[in-house]
Write a protein of this length. Sequence first.
Length: 121
Amino acid sequence: MSRLWIGLGAFSGFIAVGMAALAAHGLDSIGPARLQMLRNAVQMQGWHALALIGCGLWALRSGSTLADVAGAAFTLGTIFFCGAVYALSLGQAPVGFLAPFGGALLMIGWLLLCISAISGR
């Protein structure tokens, strides 16, 4: 699973950089509030791309099952949170209800990674 988290983290980072470029160079027309929403989602995605890579490296080193569960939480949380915020900021799609669920998954991912590191499991 460690290679999966590292690969998903790298791909998520790729998407975050692309979205950041789009926000910086092509989306002035969406307005400042929606542009800030998009930038916030880009930042969250970038941080959680690194978290996924960290999960992969920790799982590889420790064999931790909790690191794998944290990686799954980070992946789903990024999809739900960032995806919902991207959809809202770019097209006002009615998927905003997914953002809190995604945010909770991101928080759970951090907690699981913490427990895994402290317990060594």
